[in-house]
Design a protein around this ligand. Structure first.
Ligand SMILES: [Zn+2]
Length: 513
């Protein structure tokens, strides 16, 4: 069953609003894997809405988390002193607010561009507002039981004085270095340890603080289910690293059941994104940034690949013909949506990949054809599309074509294989032609010179007909044309190529001049 259908089926009899939630830690420029979660949750919310539910989709910025790594693009002379502090307390470069907002805003902007409709929430503000106060008390009162659950579910042994709270050190402002060890029912005692973590140094301060109203936070593994419980989240999934057995999700579910006494949200575990068969790693230089993906593909296609099968690893290699194949698959989904092929799941994925209700349901030019066409000098691609469609393009079809042209240009510039690129040779390339090839050219000249004006579509058909007259394979006819015009044995649709070029130039070339 398609994951979307399983989801909507689960909420079939649900009364009241459904709260869908996802989150990210604003620790740097967004990772492409973050897109997958953001889009899956958006699609989940929209699929539920389509079924008539009232739905809310929130996306949390976990800006209360400590900075525990130095992104290469930040000046470490300035930023090393902030290591261990919560993101919302660290200034952003050039005085642009705080680092948490600075990093999450890049993600939010791209999510909006990808058609996600969501409410932005900052975790730090929820803590300050006291949203979690009751649940923090519950967690602290249940410290011993939580330690047991950690051991039982995740096999992780916590010291006997461990309590689920991380205060911000009142002296140095760091949260990544504090160890809380006692809860007296009103206040938490902690020490800011010099060498608890290797990425930040504590100041040694011993303190005692009320855990409410934003003086600190729950450790993430407890915070996650605490948020489920405090807010009443109905749907929240996670990437594979959290959903494996004994991982954070198992722990969260158990804490929901045993400590917070709520049903955990409906789960949407999803697979990783890898790059050219390898796990992405910034330090090893393996991978592709979210921004590069965002700038290289239209939002519909990014949505399409992210949601098609959430249990499948995505190998995001954009080089070579990969993008062209994604387009072909997307066009197949379009056909399924139109009922031209019988594939209802694919039709549904197509529909949920769209970012507006007014999407193209009509004519569409194949991506590789667009990419070929834009390399032909002086080509009128709209006319070419009209000829292929057999009538004028609608507004929406024209917009869609414009978008394909934009992304085909990007593809040609950044990813397309060299063999796909061409330019019309100003002079006849130096080539040896066989007798058959010479015959083909002579016949083509006969045809071409019989008329002054050609449409690409008509000329293509006439060229194709040479096969019967000369008893040759169509492939040989076309490769001969490519050879004398672009010096390669493959290329764009020959009829369109010749029809778009200067008439005398073509005749001259057919005279082998
Ligand atoms: Zn400190």
């Amino acid at each position: 069953m398609l994951w979307i259908d399983a989801l909507t089926e689960n909420f079939k009899n649900h009364k009241g609003e459904i709260w869908v939630d996802d989150m990210a830690t604003p620790s740097g420029v967004p990772h492409v894997g973050t897109f997958r979660g953001a889009i899956i949750h958006d699609v989940a919310a929209k699929a539920l809405e389509k079924e008539g539910h009232r739905v809310k989709y929130t996306f949390f910025s976990n800006d209360f988390d400590p900075m525990d790594g130095m992104p290469g693009y930040l000046d470490d002379k300035i930023y090393s002193v902030y290591m261990g502090k919560p993101f919302f307390t660290i200034p952003a470069p050039e005085g642009k607010g705080n680092l948490g907002d600075y990093f999450i805003s890049g993600l939010y902007k791209m999510m909006t561009g990808l058609g996600c409709s969501f409410i932005q929430i900052k975790d730090s503000e929820e803590y300050k507002k006291g949203t979690y106060d009751k649940i923090i008390k519950r967690a602290l009162d249940s410290s011993e039981q939580i330690r047991k659950i950690y051991k039982e579910v995740a096999g992780s042994e916590k010291p006997s004085d461990w309590i689920p709270f991380q205060p911000i050190c009142e002296k140095c402002g760091k949260i990544g270095t504090t160890r809380a060890y006692n809860w007296d029912g009103e206040e938490v005692s902690y020490v800011c340890e010099e060498s608890m973590v290797d990425w930040a140094k504590g100041c040694g301060h011993n303190g005692k603080v009320s855990p409410f109203g934003g003086t600190g936070k729950l450790p993430w593994k407890v915070e996650w289910p605490a948020k489920f419980a405090a807010l009443g989240i109905n749907v929240e999934g996670e990437g594979k690293d959290h959903s494996s057995a004994g991982g954070s999700r198992d722990l969260a579910n158990k804490l929901c059941e045993k400590i917070f006494k709520v049903n955990p949200p409906y789960d949407l575990p999803y697979e990783h994104i890898i790059f050219k068969g390898k796990k992405m790693s910034k330090s090893k230089g393996v991978g592709i940034s979210a921004e590069e993906v965002y700038n290289s593909l239209p939002p519909e296609l990014i949505r399409f690949i992210m949601i098609r099968n959430i249990n499948r690893v995505i190998d995001l290699d954009l080089d070579g013909m990969a993008i062209a194949s994604i387009y072909d698959e997307y066009d197949r989904a379009h056909k399924a949506y139109l009922g031209e092929i019988d594939f209802p799941d694919l039709a549904k994925i197509y529909e949920l990949s769209q970012i507006s209700d007014n999407f193209n349901n009509g004519y569409r030019m194949k991506f590789t054809k667009v990419a070929h066409a834009i390399q032909i000098p002086n080509v009128d691609i709209n006319k070419m599309a009209e000829e292929e469609k057999g009538s004028k393009l609608t507004e929406v079809e024209l917009e869609d074509l414009k978008k394909r042209i934009k992304y085909a240009n990007i593809w040609l510039e950044k990813f397309a294989p060299e063999s796909f690129k061409f330019s019309v040779k100003k002079t006849l390339p130096e080539i040896e032609l066989s007798e058959t090839q010479k015959k083909i050219i002579a016949e083509l000249k006969n045809i071409f010179s019989s008329k002054k004006e050609w449409s690409g579509e008509n000329l293509q058909q006439e060229i194709f007909n040479i096969k019967d007259k000369l008893s040759v394979q169509p492939k040989e006819i076309f490769s001969t044309i490519y050879l004398i015009f672009i010096g390669k044995d493959s290329g764009p649709q020959a009829g369109f190529l010749l029809a778009s070029l200067d008439y005398d130039f073509v005749l001259n070339r057919l005279d082998l001049k």
